[in-house]
Design a protein around this ligand. Structure first.
Ligand SMILES: Cc1ncc(COP(=O)(O)O)c(C=O)c1O
Length: 396
């Protein structure tokens, strides 16, 4: 059981805001924020390089903590600036030629899809979108039928940016393994929310970010590379940390996934991420998943009862992203009115997940994303505020 009193005590922000924007950036727990600030204070007093040496063990812990969270080896992890950069390092590290195929989903995130389009333009590769099952998640049988020897990667999200839909990634992994096709999983919205065991999923590459459901600081992300994939990827760029200049005309690449990293980075953020991952492990990801699903379902059901509100989530199984529209009001206006009430939500626009939004004729949706530290009362306060808004539009 999750100790909500302690968790809320640790979450200073709950005294100031009703924070339902955890899919944007969550509220850091106090130990995380304190670790980041404490590290910066040490840099201020002792110098950046000197602090890095003195805090070597804490800096290493980010790998061990993430390895425990994902059930992977620490040498299979690289720390990056954010999830997009981690994802880019993996995707642009794959080799594509004319006619090669990239298989993805209808709900793909814009940054990833833009990269598919760029690689398609540059190499003549083809982007093929796997159809959905009737409930909105990827149709795994359709995926299976689409794979042939031109497919160079299956690349998709675990949960999209614009709905709580949870894709059946273990079933996808079973298919990609059977065909021997690399599986790149964008787990940006699920790490810290959904229990993740990379071997159970069967993905070869996985990316995540610190600031969302992991509740870490901004400006940090990570890449997991299955050790057997390391030599099938060419790091799109290397520096003197990813490789060593061993002779005038030769360099040697590091043996582990840190070949994807750069030497210079946000070390205060990394210490904070390590503490955030330990915090999530301490709360228990299984317990987190149970609680966020409960809060999100409560929110969906209550919002659906409000006249003028349409809940726009899809998926047979759904997590902590709840999206909706209010008749007659732009989603950005809804967000701004709620913000005046100190209720934090965000907006997903068409350009963030164009294929999905376009086919469902959605320009934008309000996105509310509770986390385990939220209370039922906070969720209900959002519903009451939306009810007042929708009532105002409908009746007066
Ligand atoms: C599904 C999905 N993938 C990737 C990203 C990118 O994450 P980051 O902003 O850390 O690069 C996001 C961010 O919202 C996302 O929702």
């Amino acid at each position: 059981m999750l100790d909500l009193d302690r968790i809320r005590h640790d979450t200073r922000g709950v005294a100031t805001v009703n924070h339902l924007n955890n899919a944007g950036a969550s509220l850091m727990p106090a130990p995380v924020a304190d670790a980041v600030v404490g590290y910066l204070r040490e840099e201020e007093r002792y110098g950046g390089y000197e602090t890095a040496r003195a805090r070597r063990d804490d800096l290493e812990d980010v790998y061990d903590a993430l390895a425990a969270l994902l059930s992977v080896g620490p040498s299979e992890l690289a720390i990056t600036d954010n999830a997009t950069r981690a994802w880019d390092l993996a995707f642009y590290g794959l080799r594509f030629g004319s006619g090669d195929r990239i298989l993805t989903t209808t709900t793909e995130y814009a940054a990833n899809y833009i990269a598919y389009l760029q690689i398609a333009r540059r190499t003549g590769a083809i982007v093929d979108v796997v159809p959905d099952a009737a409930t909105g998640e990827i149709d795994v049988d359709a995926l299976d039928a689409m794979i042939d020897d031109r497919v160079k990667v299956v690349s998709m999200n675990h949960m999209p940016t614009n709905s709580g839909l949870l894709n059946p990634v273990a079933a996808v992994g079973a298919v990609t393994r059977r065909h021997g096709v690399p599986f790149l999983l964008d787990a940006c919205q699920t790490v810290g929310q959904v229990p993740i065991d990379v071997d159970e999923i069967g993905c070869d590459l996985l990316t995540g970010t610190s600031r969302k459901f992991l509740r870490g600081p901004r400006g940090v992300g990570f890449l997991y590379v299955r050790s057997s994939m390391l030599d099938r990827l060419e790091p799109p760029m290397l520096d003197l940390h990813g490789a060593t200049w061993v002779a005038a005309d030769r360099y040697e690449v590091r043996p582990d996934a840190r070949r994807f990293e750069l030497w210079e980075r946000n070390l205060a953020g990394e210490v904070g991420l390590a503490v955030a991952v330990r915090y999530a492990l301490d709360v228990g990801v299984q317990a987190i998943w149970g609680r966020v699903r409960h809060l999100a379902e409560r929110l969906r059901w209550a919002l659906a009862e409000v006249p003028g509100v349409t809940v726009t989530d899809i998926g047979a199984e759904r997590g902590a992203i709840v999206t909706f529209t209010v008749a007659g009001m732009a989603p950005a206006a809804v967000r701004d009115v709620l913000a005046a009430d100190r209720i934090n939500v965000s907006v997903s626009s068409r350009a963030a997940a164009r294929l999905d939004m376009e086919r469902r004729h959605l320009e934008a949706v309000v996105r509310a994303s509770p986390h385990y530290f939220n209370t039922e009362a906070e969720v209900d306060a959002l519903v009451a505020a939306v009810d007042r808004l929708a009532g105002g539009v409908t009746y007066g």
